[in-house]
Design a protein around this ligand. Structure first.
Ligand code: MN
Length: 426
């Protein structure tokens, strides 16, 4: 079955503003609460949200074998479990229904009033029930910067780093959708030169510019996923802000890795953009030297050209873009991450989420965290409205955005927006 939905020449009878992240070629998937307080699975074209549960009930998917309630759910897990052929058939059918030349729904005002919503009539939810969340550490620039600051610039990368995608198992209970504010965490930290730690609000709250991919059921326990099949099990991607408390992290991470410095919050954009919609933007990842072991050798280009941006908005002040990076800078690809993750037989389920790790580029204005942008507090960032930042302050809002653009086609992710509130007082 061809990816008919990606036809770049198609236009929709729905209005799509210029430079929208959501043209008819995107067709992302999300979960929202409607004006009638009903939860449903939906998609989006331009600034119109589309209730796929209602479309299915009204017969618009009768040519695709789907269970009756597949879209009347509070998560995409079951739909994702249906697999790649179903995702493709549904995206193709949505493209057909909303094609400019198709009168089926266009000329049926009663159905339109049931199926279509303005964005201000809906409330986006988490798109999947995330059973397990893994975070990788796959940007060479980020790992080099952090290794230089925390250890030694001469040996910034650990000996394993060029041989495997380093990762750790994160906490899924505190992954939240865009728009949900978070609190500065309290935790244990130790001052430079002190011999005892203290407990209190973190003084070094940071964002991490990441993307995350969401998987379908991929394997049985004990079975690895071969690298050449790995992408078949990736449903799509979201923007991912992996909030971090650097002072807590520095004290607690030895020897088992990140723990409470990371588990207080991670924010995601609510629309999952499918890997298929990103296909026109496929590109090569950085050359890998030394060559990885055979189970990590990916045939063909395994990355995607996705422009990324971080905006900081002080409580009173204008937004400043503090970083511009790109997903293609990642050294290890998603297929390599998934093949490595399952190489020991670890089971991956529908709705699992895998963070890329902070995506830093080669230049100082492309670093993906305050830790790197302000170099551990040594080079404060100047904000144009006055003031400086070394880390994120109470009342600040951090917004991550991402989009791909080529030959006039723009496919984007919207944004993930999070405001930092003061710590709970002790
Ligand atoms: Mn992270």
């Amino acid at each position: 079955m061809a990816i008919f939905a990606n036809d770049p020449t198609r236009t929709s009878w729905l209005d799509v503003p210029a430079d929208s992240d959501f043209p008819i070629q995107n067709i992302p998937f999300g979960v929202f609460l409607t004006r009638d307080d009903i939860i449903t699975i939906g998609t989006r074209i331009g600034d119109t949200a589309i209730d796929l549960g209602a479309m299915h009930q009204l017969g618009y998917f009768s040519n695709i074998p789907l269970t009756d309630d597949i879209f009347l759910q509070d998560s995409l897990n079951d739909f994702i479990s249906d697999g790649k052929n179903t995702w493709r058939a549904v995206r193709n059918r949505i493209a057909e229904v909303f094609d400019n030349a198709n009168p089926e729904l266009r000329d049926n005002p009663e159905h339109r009033s049931i199926i279509l919503f303005d964005l201000d009539e809906i409330e986006m939810q988490l798109p999947v029930h995330i059973g397990d969340y893994t975070d990788f550490y796959s940007s060479r620039e980020h790992a080099t910067n952090v290794g230089s600051m925390f250890r030694d610039p001469e040996n910034a990368l650990m000996p394993n780093w060029l041989h495997l995608p380093v990762g750790y198992h994160g906490r899924s209970s505190t992954i939240i959708p865009s728009g949900t504010p978070i609190r500065r965490p309290n935790g244990q930290t130790i001052a430079q030169g002190a011999d005892r730690p203290v407990f209190g609000p973190s003084r070094r709250v940071d964002f991490e510019l990441e993307m995350a991919f969401i998987t379908t059921d991929a394997n049985s326990m004990g079975e690895p996923i071969p690298i050449e099949e790995a992408e078949d099990y990736i449903f799509g991607l979201v923007l991912f802000n992996d909030w971090s408390a650097r002072d807590i992290q520095k004290w607690e991470y030895v020897p088992l890795g990140p723990f409470l410095a990371k588990s207080f919050a991670s924010s995601i954009s609510p629309w999952i953009v499918t890997l298929e919609a990103l296909e026109p933007f496929r590109t090569s990842s950085p050359a890998q030297e030394p060559q990885p072991l055979p189970y990590l050798r990916q045939p063909g280009p395994g990355s995607f050209d996705i422009n990324l941006e971080v905006d900081l908005i002080p409580e009173e002040g204008d937004p400043t873009t503090i970083s511009r990076s790109n997903f293609k800078y990642m050294y290890w690809t998603m297929a390599q991450q998934l093949a490595h993750h399952t190489s020991n037989g670890c089971k991956v389920n529908s709705g699992d989420m895998m963070g890329s790790g902070t995506i830093s580029g080669p230049t100082p204005d492309s670093y993906g965290s305050m830790l790197e942008l302000a170099w551990g507090g040594k080079r404060p960032l100047e904000l144009p409205g006055g003031g400086t930042r070394t880390f994120i302050e109470d009342g600040d809002t951090v917004v991550l955005k991402g989009y791909s653009k080529k030959d006039g086609l723009r496919i984007g992710f919207g944004e993930v927006r999070t405001r930092l509130l003061p710590a709970i007082s002790l």
